[in-house]
Design a protein. Structure first.
Length: 331
């Protein structure tokens, strides 16, 4: 069997890219041939590569891509992304394309129950082909990395592509207030600049706070494990989120996570059990201080997070569930 995976912006290190590559790697380990194509790059030829299964990621982008093809796939499966759920499904310019894409799909994959309920509410006639499969996590091998946190410091890490919806400046501004009490705080920002104007804003803030904030830029995904080993706490300040691969990976490493309250984060983090979810700046600061000052709490939360990931976000289970859908719905 050959599976064609079609995702937007594949050659940029975004969340979708990490997800698709992880799934492809898992399928290959199970003896399945895979090929990945980017749906946001102009195709060299207006036909899809030969494959037994077509699996698209991001309904709106995949539907737009299909309109460029001479021959559309006879059957396909769609994985819904955070942008689909939070924006394209409600934007009057893109909503109908998302709905049509999902109605024509043979199977629809969502990562959590909240996403499933949203689709059932907005497009009730696709209910029978909806499948909820939790996102898996990647495995890392320790590698050398040029950056080391200073001895005695407490390192927060924010892994995110720099764009407005990720609200990276919020992390700098909030931790700046906390650093007035504790000058051992350090912050690493990890990820490519995906929006130039937001990138310029973040760079200015980094320069103004260069004593304690570092922008590491784009880091190959296989080196993220080394960054998690350096980190004391992982942040997510996104205004909206699908399901962050970085947060899942950090939890799998037994790290405490401090995340903004949005649907994607709330679907994987149980507040004060497997991590911390904040609604306001004051709550962020309170939780950050607890994480820094209470080693026992930090270890307990990290241990519970690791157990949760092991039980609910197995990459092997993810691939087996997808294979079952391929066999029953698309063959």
């Amino acid at each position: 069997m050959k599976v064609l995976l079609a995702t937007p912006n594949f050659h940029q290190p975004r969340g979708n890219t990490i997800t698709v590559q992880r799934i492809a790697d898992g399928l290959e380990k199970n003896g399945i041939t895979t090929e990945i194509i980017s749906t946001t790059e102009k195709p060299q030829k207006y036909s899809l590569p030969e494959a037994d299964i077509v699996h698209g990621f991001h309904a709106y982008r995949f539907y737009t891509f299909m309109q460029q093809l001479d021959t559309k796939p006879k059957a396909y499966m769609i994985t819904i992304t955070g942008t689909d759920l939070n924006h394209n499904l409600y934007d009057e310019d893109t909503r109908q394309d998302v709905i049509t894409c999902l109605r024509e799909a043979k199977a629809i994959h969502v990562f959590n129950e909240e996403g499933k309920k949203t689709i059932e509410k907005e497009i009730p006639d696709v209910k029978d082909k909806l499948f909820m499969i939790p996102q898996g996590t990647s495995e890392f091998i320790s590698t050398s990395f040029p950056h080391k946190k200073p001895d005695g410091s407490f390192l927060f890490v924010l892994p995110a592509g720099i764009r407005k919806i990720k609200d990276v400046p919020a992390a700098i501004k909030m931790l700046q207030l906390l650093r007035e009490k504790d000058n051992q705080i350090r912050l690493w920002l990890v990820g490519p600049i995906l929006e130039e104007s937001e990138g310029n804003k973040v760079k200015r803030l980094v320069e103004e706070n260069k004593e304690w904030v570092s922008y590491l830029g784009q880091v190959p995904h296989d080196q993220m494990g080394t960054i998690y080993e350096e980190a004391d706490c992982i942040l997510n300040t996104s205004i909206s989120e699908g399901q962050s691969s970085a947060i899942l990976e950090a939890m799998g490493y037994g790290l405490p996570v401090l995340v903004a309250n949005n649907e994607g984060n709330a679907s994987i983090v149980m507040n004060e059990e497997t991590g911390f979810i904040y609604d306001s700046q004051n709550q962020f600061l309170d939780y950050a201080e607890k994480i820094m000052n209470n080693v026992t709490l930090r270890q307990a939360i990290g241990h519970q997070a690791m157990n949760y990931i092991s039980s609910h976000h197995s990459g092997n289970d993810e691939v087996k569930s997808l294979l079952a859908i391929y066999e029953t719905r698309l063959r």
